[in-house]
Design a protein around this ligand. Structure first.
Ligand code: MN
Length: 722
């Protein structure tokens, strides 16, 4: 215990020293507090290497402070980056103790990590865009880069398969990102480490060859740089000449790209001259000196000082003919330019004038990063930057996951219905509900990048025309329209056959012109609209064709949707049974009380219109009975097995994870009841909506309602439109 305490004290001091050496302002108190919390939170955790887990956040913080030095907040967030995810401390706790900024960075890092967990990266491009669309504070990326770098440096302890997966992810996602963020050195290291785990043989082969050639190469470079060194020293310049570090992965990639051998690539020698004074003019001066000493190759000169690369890279590149006719690439830059190339914006910030406030600078940095990604292809440098992924697209798109972890790309503001149609037209057609990140949501909920979306379907559910008001994708729109059109055609056909039956029964004939006239008279544009309205039950044919019909039983406004479901239910039940002397007489259903299978019913003989079926408790019927009590006929719903009608149940309850599943279980577990559709929306922690079910009779329906009522999270359940 004492030893552990001493060791951890030593680590903290080391971190504080590095911070003080690299950062403009260091809140030692806050860093120490974060360090102690990390130590406490991870005290029982160990890494696969056997080291205490604390070493990991410590090393990550060290990388942030030393290799991507930006600010002390990033260091604090780095120390805490695994606390919320791996221990019992909550994000709220972090926010309370360390402030909102730190909490937001920790949250961002946790979310990004979760996005990749257990997933096989097969759409690297989409993952990169997903990452970018999730990152609101660039410091999230910095901490994540540092986390990834340390994990890559210690990858040896992971199982082989995991090594490969992480290495692939690093190469395809994080390294290109590090490049975009201007973090040259981190990019190279991530690539080389990934390369080592993905293709160990090629890696070791190249490493060995570099080692073998080192002597020869060093001798040549020395010969090459001696005259330059001499001249620059004579002129009193402060500078450093280095052989340029060769990155194994870039050599490998060039070998593949140019289809050549190691020797073919490695013959290209390179040196770098770094000038200590922050004066770009010196670079051109030194360029002149180099060109005097060695003959330059004209078309190989690049001036990234006058025209910096989009990630702020600045340097002069020239290729000259050295001794023995060998080509040598020379890069000339100031120390400041060099640090920006290596450490990206973190270095950029270090060189800022004192007058800039920290907030302003970070703001500027964020804007700069955005600009990189959002800029249109203005020049060659930008094109080059955007070559591997066109991030200017990302702002119009979101990336969401299926429950299996596949990525789906959607336009911004898409909804679960768009997602469903994107997965498959069938899923869209039968979508009854959705869960986003395990929480039930209305179907018009706006999705966000990184969301995990689960669609609940029922084979009896069909697209709702209302969906057209919120869907964003072309696919969803056209599929819904196509379905509505098809459904409409069916209703038109049903309406036409209703019409034909009716005129046949009344022994009427209509030619085409007469039909159009009638339709127009009733304010329909054409006969199709007329038949559609008939099919939907919006036209009372009796009234249209026989204005003399008794109006006694006509009730006021009818709910058309109810009419539709009533007619389906009656059809499914097989109509009513009329027994005895009235058997065979035509019957219709009274519109005043709209009886449906399961309701107690009775028949009433009308003049010229056969039997009207009423509910036994219908008020109209009761008043009719005062005069015509003798016209009653006993009728009943057939007691056939296996015939069902549709009934709707209104429910209200508490919106808990799994609620939709629990509702549907509660229904389907009773007599194998089929659900036709579910339409639920949630408000804060409550939901309400309707469930349409196929029931055999009223008893069946009442049982379902009782079952739903007894569910713990359902406050209210009742028959809808009863
Ligand atoms: Mn970590």
């Amino acid at each position: 215990m004492a030893i552990a305490a001493i060791k951890s004290k030593r680590l903290l001091n080391e971190l504080l020293d590095v911070c003080n050496a690299n950062l403009n302002t260091v809140n030692e108190k806050l860093i120490s507090k974060a360090f102690r919390l990390a130590a406490e939170a991870h005290k029982n955790h160990y890494r696969l290497s056997g080291e205490p887990y604390l070493i990991h956040p410590f090393e990550v913080a060290l990388i942030v402070a030393k290799e991507i030095p930006l600010d002390d907040i990033s260091v604090v967030a780095a120390l805490l980056h695994d606390v919320v995810e791996d221990t019992d401390y909550s994000l709220e706790f972090i926010e309370k103790e360390f402030g909102k900024e730190v909490a937001e960075i920790v949250d961002g890092v946790t979310k990004i990590t979760g996005v990749f967990r257990g997933k096989n990266i097969n759409q690297a491009d989409n993952y990169r865009k997903l990452l970018l669309s999730m990152v609101k504070d660039v410091r999230v990326m910095l901490v994540k880069f540092a986390d990834r770098l340390h994990n890559m440096r210690t990858l040896d302890f992971m199982p082989l398969e995991k090594q490969r997966r992480i290495a692939k992810e690093t190469l395809e996602i994080y390294a290109p990102f590090a490049h975009r963020f201007g973090l040259g050195r981190i990019k190279w290291e991530l690539e080389d480490l990934a390369f080592k785990y993905l293709n160990r043989q090629a890696y070791e082969d190249i490493a060995q060859k570099i080692k073998d050639k080192r002597k020869e190469r060093e001798t040549y470079i020395n010969k090459f740089k001696t005259p330059i060194y001499k001249r620059l020293t004579e002129l009193g310049l402060r500078f450093e000449i280095t052989g340029r570090p060769k990155h194994l992965y870039s050599i490998y990639r060039k070998m593949i790209k140019r289809n050549t051998t190691f020797e073919g690539i490695y013959d290209l020698l390179a040196i770098r001259i770094i000038l200590e004074d922050d004066d770009p003019h010196q670079c051109y001066y030194v360029l002149g000196i180099v060109n005097e000493l060695y003959k330059p190759i004209p078309d190989r000169f690049k001036d990234y000082i006058s025209i910096p690369k989009k990630n702020n890279y600045q340097s002069l590149h020239t290729t000259v003919v050295g001794p023995e006719g060998k080509l040598v690439e020379v890069q000339i830059r100031t120390r400041k330019m060099h640090e920006i190339a290596e450490k990206g914006v973190a270095a950029h910030w270090k060189y800022k004038e004192e007058s800039f406030s920290k907030e302003q600078d970070i703001e500027e940095w964020v804007n700069w990063v955005r600009e990189i990604f959002e800029s249109a292809n203005r020049d060659e440098a930008t094109k080059e930057l955007l070559a591997s992924f066109k991030l200017n697209l990302y702002q119009d798109e979101i990336y969401v996951f299926t429950p299996a972890g596949d990525l789906v790309r959607l336009p911004i503001n898409s909804t679960p219905v768009d997602f469903a149609f994107q997965i498959h037209t069938k899923v869209g057609y039968h979508c009854i509900g959705a869960k986003v990140n395990d929480k039930i949501v209305p179907l018009n909920t706006i999705l966000h990048s990184g969301d995990r979306v689960e669609i609940l379907t029922s084979k009896n559910q069909h697209p709702n025309p209302g969906w057209l008001n919120f869907v964003k994708t072309h696919k969803a729109k056209t599929s819904i329209r196509r379905f509505i059109k098809r459904e409409e055609d069916e209703i038109v056909n049903a309406g036409r056959s209703l019409w034909e039956k009716k005129i046949k029964k009344l022994k009427l004939t209509f030619n085409g012109d007469q039909l159009i006239k009638l339709a127009n008279k009733l304010k329909f544009d054409n006969t199709k609209q007329f038949f559609l309205a008939i099919g939907k039950g919006q036209v009372d044919l009796d009234a249209v064709l026989n204005p003399e019909t008794e109006k006694a039983e006509e009730s006021d406004v009818k709910d058309l949707e109810f009419d539709k479901f009533a007619s389906i239910a009656r059809g499914a039940a097989g109509g009513v049974l009329v027994e005895g002397e009235h058997k065979g007489i035509i019957y219709t259903y009274a519109k005043c009380c709209n009886p449906i299978p399961g309701d107690p019913i009775v028949g009433f003989i009308t003049i010229g219109e056969g039997i009207k079926i009423h509910r036994k408790n219908c008020k109209n019927l009761i008043s009719l009975l005062e005069k015509h009590g003798d016209r009653l006929v006993p009728v009943a719903w057939p007691k056939t097995e296996g015939s069902f009608f549709v009934a709707a149940i209104k429910i209200r309850g508490e919106d808990k994870p799994g609620i939709l599943q629990s509702i549907s279980n509660s229904i389907t577990n009773y007599k194998n009841t089929n659900i036709k559709s579910v339409n639920i929306s949630s408000h804060d922690s409550y939901f309400e909506g309707t469930v349409s079910v196929y029931v055999s009779d009223l008893n069946h329906l009442n049982h379902l309602i009782e079952r739903l009522k007894s569910s713990p999270n359902i406050f209210h359940a009742e028959r809808f439109y009863s």
